[in-house]
Design a binder for this molecule. Structure first.
Ligand code: SF4
Length: 214
């Protein structure tokens, strides 16, 4: 699947910040990134809410070289399309976790950067505590005892909107398949600049449900 959005973000001093695609890293990978940062004179690393590393203060001419040496890729993090998947530690690490959020998020990362009529935020939480706030994302997956529940059409920001439950009790294959159908249907039918929630409101819930669940 093509990833065409790019993420270098210009800083006040003319340098750039890049968001890395990598959401999980081993100590060896972190050491390598830190060594290349030192060699390039880059002093700051921060983390996004979707657990991505941001390398701040890089020379724009050397981004490609930096990525090659550090063994990393720039994430497709901005613009109209699927943003970096936000996920919590889930049952692999959190005592409250009911579902494997890391494995679920890794499956959904194939959609990151896909161009769409407007931005699309996707979040995965491992239990109803909802640390990644799936009910206010365009697509939110919430782990429950019997599988994932999918919320659609939520958003935060200027026009807050609570998503609606589309399907429940899903295993990872089923959840991935439904997310793909939602994205394809939205991509092919929504107007430019229309968020998923607005699109659903326009066409009506019943039609949306039939089109994505078949
Ligand atoms: S949503 Fe649940 S599983 Fe995920 S971090 Fe929060 S408490 Fe843990």
């Amino acid at each position: 699947m093509a990833k065409s959005m790019t993420s270098p973000i210009k800083q006040r001093d003319g340098s750039y910040a890049i968001v890395l695609e990598k959401a999980l890293a081993s100590p060896e990978e972190l050491k390598k990134i830190a060594e290349v940062m030192e060699a390039f004179g880059v002093k700051i690393i921060k983390f996004t809410e979707s657990q991505r590393m941001v390398i701040v203060g890089i020379d724009p001419e050397r981004i490609e070289e930096f990525c090659e040496k550090a063994g990393v890729k720039v994430a497709p993090a901005t613009g109209k399309g699927v943003r970096s998947i936000k996920f919590c530690p889930g049952k692999a690490l959190c005592m409250m976790g009911l579902q494997d959020t890391i494995a679920m998020a890794e499956r959904l990362m194939k959609f990151e950067g896909m161009e769409l009529p407007d931005k699309m935020k996707i979040a995965v939480s491992g239990c109803p505590n909802s640390c990644t706030e799936p009910a206010v994302r365009d697509i939110g997956l919430m782990g429950e005892k019997d599988g994932f529940t999918i919320y659609v059409g939520g958003s935060a920001g200027r026009k807050p909107r609570i998503g609606k439950v589309l399907a429940e009790g899903l295993n990872m294959d089923e959840a991935e398949e439904i997310v793909e159908k939602i994205i394809e249907f939205y991509k092919n039918n929504a107007k430019k600049g229309q968020r998923l929630g607005e699109f659903i409101e326009e066409i009506g819930w019943d039609e949306f449900e039939v089109c994505v669940l078949g």
